[in-house]
Ligand binder design. Structure first.
Ligand SMILES: NC(=O)C1=CN([C@@H]2O[C@H](COP(=O)(O)OP(=O)(O)OC[C@H]3O[C@@H](n4cnc5c(N)ncnc54)[C@H](OP(=O)(O)O)[C@@H]3O)[C@@H](O)[C@H]2O)C=CC1
Ligand SMILES: CCCCCCCCCCCCCCCC(=O)OCC(=O)COP(=O)(O)O
Length: 378
């Protein structure tokens, strides 16, 4: 490289680094300013994602309204936040409101209480939810309704009750914590996936309706996060599952196998063989990954952070970190919004063919560490 070229490249590089750093700094300042002193309502604040939201928003200076069913747990969280390490920004004592989202009659009163806390709401985070596990045929309709009440009708009712005040102020941000299961449907999670699909649709419609009032609507679609959600999952008869073997579709005993391998000892699909197996997803079947674990799935510390990746018609893709392989799960994945390349309905189930010999092995059920970072807001 001659002298002229090298002297031109160095300033250019430094300039790029400078612009990038400035952009990051502005992004950080914007996120901080957005949250500081904002009135943020978090439902399901006593556990998991909601608790983490409470911690992060409190530290960033938000005026929190913490909602949950358990008044004592909410008080304990308030004490914990008050005792947490001081940050540079001024923090505020949270307000708590206790109500059950699955009680339709409780929501209007709860919304009024929420508004009394600080007089208005800037951000509503519809986070509370329950999981469900069971077969369609065994699940009583009461259970379907309970999951829908908690995950869908409750948040919808609360949003409706708080919207008029946001519209009057021409300010507000409604957040719905949905799930990847709001985009794709998997067996044995019918009620949960249905509630999350409904959530996705409702809040997408809302976004289009309230844009004119300067109100923002965000749907968050996380992948697996290791919380109490699995422990508290309801089952077909309405009882609690009570098992915590990590969230998500579980491999059959003995490890992940192809859908056609139920009860057999053969494992895995070899490279290039995925297409033959409804239960096996190609490691890379398209330009967009559905699930993109960072780290080795199943391994402690693997980052399977929430992914907000649009589902593409034509194939669910899971890219594994250790090379291109099929990913075998014990169910036949159906795709939303036109699976199978162009059609508008999910693919009909096919009977899985016999399992191929040998091949790669991959683990489903990777767990994500949860850590929210307000700075990553774009
Ligand atoms: N964990 C995961 O892998 C994923 C979670 N999500 C979604 O994230 C959200 C939070 O889940 P997560 O933190 O994991 O689960 P947790 O079980 O840890 O927390 C759920 C929270 O919701 C509250 N809640 C449950 N039912 C009701 C109800 N009827 N009325 C009021 N509050 C209620 C719980 O309160 P209580 O203490 O009273 O039970 C609890 O605070 C859910 O909407 C879930 O669907 C999405 C994708 C992945
Ligand atoms: C490396 C893994 C490959 C698996 C590829 C399958 C791709 C599709 C998987 C479906 C993703 C579902 C994401 C679920 C996010 C979510 O809502 O998790 C919570 C639960 O599922 C509820 O927990 P539970 O343990 O009760 O199922």
């Amino acid at each position: 490289m001659d002298l002229v070229t090298s002297t031109a490249i160095l300033p250019l590089l430094l300039g790029c680094v400078g612009v990038f750093s400035l952009f990051k700094l502005l992004q950080w300042l914007r996120a901080r300013a957005y949250v500081r002193n904002a009135v943020v309502v978090v439902t399901g604040a006593t556990s998991g994602l909601g608790r983490e939201c409470a911690r992060v928003f409190h530290a960033a200076g938000a005026k929190l309204v913490l909602c949950g069913r358990n008044a004592e747990a909410l008080e304990e969280l308030t004490r914990e936040l008050a005792a947490s390490q001081a940050t540079k920004v001024q923090t505020h004592k949270p307000c708590t409101v206790t109500f059950d989202l699955a009680e339709p009659g409780a929501i209007v009163g709860a919304a009024a209480e929420i508004l009394q806390c600080f007089g208005y709401v800037d951000v509503l985070i519809n986070n509370a939810g329950i999981s469900y596990r069971g077969t369609v045929v065994d699940t009583s309709l009461d259970v379907d309704k309970r999951v829908m009440e908690t995950n869908y009708f409750g948040p919808v009712a609360l949003t409706k009750a708080l919207l008029p005040s946001m519209i009057r102020r021409r300010q507000g941000h409604v957040v719905a914590i949905s799930s990847i299961q709001g985009k794709i449907s998997v067996p044995f999670r019918s009620a949960y996936a249905a509630s999350k699909h409904a959530t996705q649709a409702f809040f997408d419609c809302l976004r289009a309706e309230v844009e004119q009032h300067d109100i923002e609507v965000t749907v968050v679609s996380p992948g697996y996060i290791h919380t109490n959600l699995s422990l508290n999952a309801v089952t077909a008869d309405g009882s609690n599952d009570g098992r915590d073997h990590g969230p998500g579709p579980k491999p059959l005993a003995g490890g992940p196998r192809c859908a056609g391998c139920r009860g057999e000892e053969k494992e895995g699909c070899g490279p290039g063989r995925c297409g033959a197996f409804p239960g096996c997803l190609p490691a890379d079947s398209g330009s967009q990954a559905l699930l993109q674990p960072h780290g080795v799935p199943g391994q402690e510390g693997a980052e399977t952070q929430a992914l907000l990746v649009p589902v593409r018609a034509g194939g669910a893709a899971a890219r594994l970190p250790h090379g291109d392989r099929c990913v075998c799960v014990d169910w036949t994945g159906s795709l939303p919004h036109g699976g199978g390349g162009g059609g508008s309905e999910s693919r009909p189930s096919r009977r899985p063919p016999a399992c191929p010999a040998g091949g790669g092995r991959a683990s489903s059920g990777a767990r994500g560490k949860m850590q929210l970072d307000l700075n990553s807001r774009t």
